[in-house]
Design a protein around this ligand. Structure first.
Ligand SMILES: [Zn+2]
Length: 445
C-alpha cells in the first residue's frame, strides 16, 4: 500500500509544474562592510540573484540562475569579494530532498512525526487533535482565512481554559511560517506545542505546568499556509504569500491585463504598520520583498493584527520564528537607533542563547535586528512599537552559515534538535521577560 502511495505521489510530481532549479548556484559571498552588502542588494534589485540569508558584517548567501552565474562571479571578483560555491547545481539538492520527503511523507506513514516536514493539512489536523485531546488546557483559535481559502489556525493553551479568569492571564504569542520556504519554523512550533501539552518527553515537563498556570500561550504554527503549500508543491524556495501582487513593471495592456506577466505574493514580514514601506523593501510586485500596497492589506498579517490588537494589554511576549542563520534578534529592525529597552533586550538575548547552547552546543548569536539587515514593516517592530510589547523578538533557527549546501533545506534529522533547543530557549526567554522579572518576588533585577 505504501509503495503504491509513493508511486502515486511521484506521478503527481511528474505532471505538476514543479520548479526544478536545475543548474542554479548557491554561493556564499564574504563581505566586509555595509557597502559590500549594498552592492549585492543592488544585484538583487536587478534580478541577477536572490539573497537567501544575510549578515552585513560577514556573509551573504545568494541563489543565482545559471544564465547569470558567470556575470555575478565576474562582478564579485572585480569588487574583490571572495565567494564559495556551496551548491553548483541546486536542482540536485532539491530533487534529493523531494525524494526523502516522499519516502517519509505522513501520507505514506499515516502519522505525525518529527523526522519529516508535514503538509499544512496535516499540521492543521494535528492541532485540532491536540485541542480535542487536551480540552481542559487547549482550544483552537481561527485567526482568519488565507487568500486561497485556508484557515489560519492557532492553538491557545492555559490551565482551566474554560474559566473566565484564564482570559485575564498574561499572554505569550509565538508564530511561525511567515515565510513559506522556512519549513523548520512550523515544525519547531508544533514541537513547542507538543512539549507544553506534555506530548513530548522533556526534562522540563514540570516547568510546563507552571507555564500553563501563569500564562495563556497562543501559538500559530504557520501563518502563511498558501505560501507553505506552494513551496512544497511548486517552488521549494517560495518566500511570500500567494495573493496576486500586480503586473511586472506595472505595465497594463489595452484591456487592463498585465503587459508581461502577473506576479504573486507579498512579503508577510514587510506588511506590518511600523515604518511600513521605507527600507529593505521593493515597490516591484514581483520582488521577494514587496511589502504590499498598504500595511495589513494581506489576510495573513491582518488575521494576526485583528486577534492581537484587542489583547495588547495582556500580551507580554511576542516571538516570530524564521530561518535561517541562528540569530536571536531584538528590536528594532527598521532603524539603528537603540530602543528604550535595549539594555533589557541584551540581557534577555544573552540568557536565551545560553539556554539554547546548553542543549546541543549550538551557539545562536544575539543582536539587534537592524544590525543584520534594516527593514521596515516587520512583525516584531509592530509588536514592540505598535502594540507596546516590551519583549518582542525574532528568532532565526538552524542552520548556521556553513553547515549545509542550501540553508532552507535543513535536513529532517535536524528538526528535533532545533526544536528541543528552542523549547529550552523559550523557557529561558519567558523567565527573563519584563513581566516575569517584575512578578518574581515583586522585584526587578
Ligand atoms: Zn523569514
Amino acid at each position: 500500500m505504501r509503495a503504491v502511495l509513493i508511486v502515486v505521489l511521484y506521478l503527481i510530481l511528474a505532471t505538476s509544474s514543479y520548479k526544478t532549479y536545475d543548474g542554479y548556484k548557491m554561493i556564499k559571498v564574504t563581505i566586509g562592510s555595509e557597502k559590500d552588502f549594498l552592492m549585492i542588494l543592488d544585484l538583487e534589485s536587478k534580478n541577477l540573484l536572490t539573497i537567501f540569508a544575510e549578515s552585513r558584517s560577514g556573509h551573504v548567501d545568494v541563489l543565482i540562475e545559471p544564465q547569470h552565474a558567470a556575470q555575478c562571479k565576474e562582478f564579485f571578483k572585480s569588487k574583490g569579494l571572495s565567494y564559495e560555491v556551496m551548491a553548483d547545481d541546486v536542482g540536485v539538492e532539491v530533487a534529493k530532498e523531494k525524494r526523502r520527503l516522499l519516502r517519509k511523507s505522513s501520507v505514506a506513514t499515516g502519522e505525525f512525526s518529527y523526522d519529516t516536514y508535514h503538509r499544512y493539512d496535516v499540521i492543521s489536523d494535528r492541532l485540532a487533535a491536540l485541542a480535542a485531546k487536551h480540552q481542559t488546557v487547549a482550544e483552537i483559535v481561527d485567526l482568519g482565512t488565507s487568500y486561497e481559502g485556508r484557515t489560519i489556525k492557532a492553538i491557545r493553551m492555559t490551565a482551566n481554559i474554560s474559566s473566565d479568569e484564564s482570559d485575564d492571564k498574561p499572554m505569550v504569542w509565538l508564530d511561525g511560517g511567515s515565510h513559506a520556504r522556512e519549513w523548520v519554523s512550523p515544525a519547531t512550533m508544533m514541537y513547542i506545542i507538543d512539549s507544553i501539552l506534555g506530548e513530548q518527553e522533556t526534562d522540563k515537563s514540570d516547568k510546563m505546568g507552571e507555564l500553563l498556570a501563569k500564562f495563556q500561550i497562543v501559538v500559530a504554527p504557520c501563518i502563511n499556509p498558501d505560501g507553505y503549500e506552494f513551496s512544497y508543491e511548486e517552488d521549494r524556495f517560495w518566500r511570500k504569500n500567494r495573493q496576486p501582487s500586480g503586473c511586472k513593471n506595472n505595465k497594463l495592456n489595452w484591456y487592463g491585463g498585465c503587459f508581461s506577466k502577473l506576479c504573486y505574493g507579498v512579503d508577510n514580514n514587510r506588511n506590518w504598520s511600523v515604518d511600513w514601506g521605507r527600507t529593505g523593501v521593493s515597490t516591484d510586485p514581483c520582488s521577494e520583498i514587496f511589502p504590499g500596497r498598504a500595511p495589513f492589506d494581506q489576510p495573513n498579517t491582518k488575521a494576526v493584527k485583528d486577534y492581537l490588537e484587542p489583547l495588547k494589554d495582556k500580551l507580554k511576549l511576542f516571538v516570530t520564528y524564521h530561518s535561517y542563520s541562528e540569530y536571536f534578534l531584538t528590536p528594532l529592525g527598521y532603524t539603528e537607533d537603540l530602543p528604550a529597552d535595549h539594555e533589557h533586550h541584551t540581557k534577555v538575548g544573552e540568557a536565551v542563547v545560553r539556554a539554547i547552547a546548553a542543549r546541543h552546543g549550538v551557539h545562536y548569536v544575539p543582536m539587534r535586528a537592524a544590525e543584520m539587515y534594516p527593514c521596515s514593516g516587520d512583525s516584531a517592530d509592530w509588536a514592540y512599537e505598535g502594540l507596546g510589547v516590551g519583549d518582542s523578538y525574532t528568532i532565526e533557527l538552524r542552520p548556521d552559515w556553513d553547515s549545509w549546501k542550501v540553508g532552507f533545506e535543513l535536513p529532517e534529522d535536524q528538526i528535533r534538535p532545533t526544536a528541543e533547543e528552542n523549547v529550552d530557549g523559550l523557557l529561558a526567554l519567558i523567565e527573563n521577560i519584563k513581566y516575569s522579572r517584575e512578578n518574581n518576588n515583586g522585584t526587578e533585577d
